[in-house]
Design a protein around this ligand. Structure first.
Ligand code: AMP
Ligand code: FE
Ligand code: FE
Ligand code: ZN
Length: 286
């Protein structure tokens, strides 16, 4: 069985629409594919509706979370949540809270710009956003383009919106411990994504990983394109020590990354153990 438990569609930052992604997965010879868009389950229905026969779909999401960095500060980590009920009250309440925090953060950034005399109207920026859209820097970038301050969104990100710039306000992501219990309460299982990816800054502190294992984290993504062989060996050892399931996946993003679908995969026994522990949503057989 060929099993890939981490892919992105155009519902987040992949390039294949969810239905097209299912076709790509089947054509690549996968038996099981998980759809894990960043912070959204929007692609679930379209993927399920387009499932080719012989392919099994695991519905999930990759949640951006805040975790201790092991040095007294905080860092972003990605938590894969599988087979949770997206309509559960815990999940809905957290999504509402995140949207409110995102709007408040975007308003502060816009207000700082306005206070500096830039032609940005915080009310207008927010008024143009539907309630269910997660407000983010891309929206402010478009406002800066409209105001003629920059020519392109890229230019806005490189200047006014840079995380090193004077107007940047950090996002307030869900603390990873809360996200782990939220997904568990919604009947799902959690796997920490690419914790030792050197391309994303320092590796997650091993002590933090042990803590998360103690509060309900089910697995850790070991075989990932951003983990070199030596890192995989070390992480396999750590997973065994901590009683975590070790998964493998491609983190496919269509044309937005070089990762080929199915290039790293999960062992069937690990997949079955994950599914066994989930009750919030079912795997769907095409
Ligand atoms: P935020 O979550 O509000 O900090 O904004 C980050 C989002 O902006 C991410 O979803 C990125 O995909 C997007 N982003 C980052 N850099 C760029 C860029 N140069 N052009 C367009 N979008 C970007
Ligand atoms: Fe991504
Ligand atoms: Fe990620
Ligand atoms: Zn990902």
């Amino acid at each position: 069985m060929r099993i890939d438990l981490h892919t992105h569609s155009a519902a987040s930052d992949g390039t294949d629409p969810p239905a097209g992604l299912m076709r790509v997965a089947a054509d690549a010879g996968l038996d099981v594919v998980a759809l894990t868009d960043h912070d959204t389950t929007e692609g679930w229905d379209a993927a399920a509706a387009a499932l080719p026969s012989g392919l099994t779909l695991v519905r999930g999401a990759e949640l951006s979370c805040a975790a201790p960095d092991g040095r007294g500060g905080s860092r972003t980590v990605h938590l894969l949540g599988y087979l949770f009920d997206p309509d559960s009250e815990v999940v809905r309440a957290e999504q509402r809270r995140l949207r409110e925090r995102r709007r408040a953060r975007l308003r502060v950034m816009a207000e700082w710009m306005a206070a500096d005399g830039l032609p940005v109207d915080p009310d207008a920026v927010l008024a143009g956003l539907a309630d269910d859209v997660p407000a983010g820097r891309p929206h402010l970038a478009m406002a800066l383009v409209r105001a003629g301050l920059v020519a392109t969104v890229d230019e806005a990100f490189a200047s006014y919106l840079s995380s090193a710039g004077r107007y940047h306000v950090r996002r307030q992501d869900t603390p990873v411990a809360e996200a782990i219990s939220m997904v568990a309460d919604a009947g799902g299982v959690t796997v920490l994504a690419h914790p030792f990816a050197a391309t994303r800054g320092r590796p997650v502190d091993a002590g933090v990983l042990a803590e998360l294992a103690g509060i309900g984290l089910v697995g850790v993504e070991v075989d990932h394109p951003d983990h070199p062989p030596e890192t995989r060996r070390r992480l396999h050892g750590l997973a065994a020590e901590l009683g975590l399931l070790a998964t493998g996946s491609s983190d496919y993003h269509g044309g937005n990354k070089r990762n080929r679908i199915g290039q790293d995969r999960t062992a069937p026994a690990v997949y079955e153990a994950l599914v066994e522990r989930a009750s919030g949503a079912k795997v769907i057989q095409g």
